[in-house]
Design a protein around this ligand. Structure first.
Ligand code: AMP
Ligand code: MG
Length: 316
């Protein structure tokens, strides 16, 4: 198992030696390594069992830092960074090819770049002389980790150290936005709501549900899946089809008084629901049940990103 601790010195010296370290962010835990070292990046893909056509997000300490790795930053992107960086927003921008290895970006001429908002990781980035490539610290296709224990359970025998930043306060992955001919395109819904983005830059095109012809695996249909079959629908109807004693129940706020239920937010708060989502999906893997029955949340704010994860989990 990996060592779990809060020693930034240790994390930075391991990273400088070309090792991988799991890092806390406000979204989910990342499996981090030197983004500028192709051997380290190859190790990230190997540890996650991630196909090389799935590009990694590069984590930087500031907009200033990001400017070193991209050709230019569109006005709208800059306005977003002013308001939402550090935070759960990844920008897909034209990259400087000579600096960021092709493996990081799966051969694309763009790079996904983000400034994470977690005090330990911010401190870590500030002492490092390179940016961190960091996909979610889970085996490819599985639910993302939101605590050090989640990382240790799945990747603990493959990495030396997990930087312990507690539970992730946002709990779902970053929102990914890029620009095609100046039009903002959302490639993945996430911890920053579409509404908040549109308040700043106007209408965006959401392409995150395009499952028939995925550009990138963040858009693959079956992704973010727990090990048990997840069935989405009207819970009252589903409970007439599936026996309550062998079914997990995932609700937004309704209480079904089942020992195998998880209520994402009893008070109906979408931020709280996002924070609990991945822990609860993992909980079902430990229960003596055959299926997980779940309902969609309101299609607004973080509800859209949560629904996106539920739809994909149900396709697994
Ligand atoms: P993860 O780091 O595991 O949350 O996944 C990263 C996701 O970011 C990928 O699966 C892609 O969907 C997306 N991504 C990263 N880089 C790019 C890029 N250059 N263009 C489009 N999407 C990207
Ligand atoms: Mg991931």
């Amino acid at each position: 198992m990996a060592q779990i601790g809060t020693d930034i010195q240790k994390a930075s010296s391991l990273l400088q030696q070309g090792e991988l370290v799991a890092i806390p962010t406000e979204t989910v835990y990342g499996l981090a390594g030197n983004a500028l070292d192709v051997d380290v990046v190859a190790k990230i893909f190997a540890v996650k069992n991630r196909p090389e056509f799935d590009p990694l997000i590069v984590h930087v300490s500031s907009l200033r830092d990001a400017e070193k790795y991209v050709v230019d930053i569109p006005k709208k992107a800059e306005r977003l960074t002013k308001l939402f960086w550090p935070g759960p927003l990844t920008l897909v921008l034209k990259k400087k090819n000579e600096i960021i290895p092709a493996l990081v970006t799966a051969g694309l001429d763009t790079v996904g770049i983000r400034c994470p908002d977690h005090p330990l990781t911010r401190m870590l980035l500030s002492v490092l002389s390179f940016p961190l490539a960091a996909p979610s610290a889970n085996p490819f296709g599985y639910v993302s980790p939101t605590s050090p224990q989640h990382v240790n359970a799945q990747l603990g025998d493959k990495i030396p150290y997990i930087l312990d930043g507690g539970n992730c306060p946002v709990g779902i992955e970053s929102t990914i936005i890029g620009f095609e001919n100046e039009t903002p395109i959302v490639y993945r819904m996430g911890g920053l709501s579409i509404e908040r983005i549109e308040n700043v830059i106007g209408n965006v095109e959401v392409r995150a549900h395009s499952t028939s012809n995925p550009i990138t695996p963040g858009q693959l249909k079956s992704h973010y899946a727990p090990s048990k079959k997840l069935i989405l629908g009207n819970l009252d109807e589903l409970l007439q089809q599936y026996p309550a004693h062998s079914s997990g129940i995932l609700t937004f706020s309704k209480n079904y008084h089942s020992p195998y239920q998880r209520i994402l937010s009893p008070g109906g708060n979408l931020e709280e629901a996002a924070r609990n989502l991945f822990q609860y999906l993992r909980d079902f893997d430990q229960m003596p049940i055959d299926v997980i029955l779940a309902e969609l949340l309101p299609e607004a704010g973080l509800g859209r990103a949560i629904n996106d994860r539920l739809v994909r989990a149900s396709a697994g």
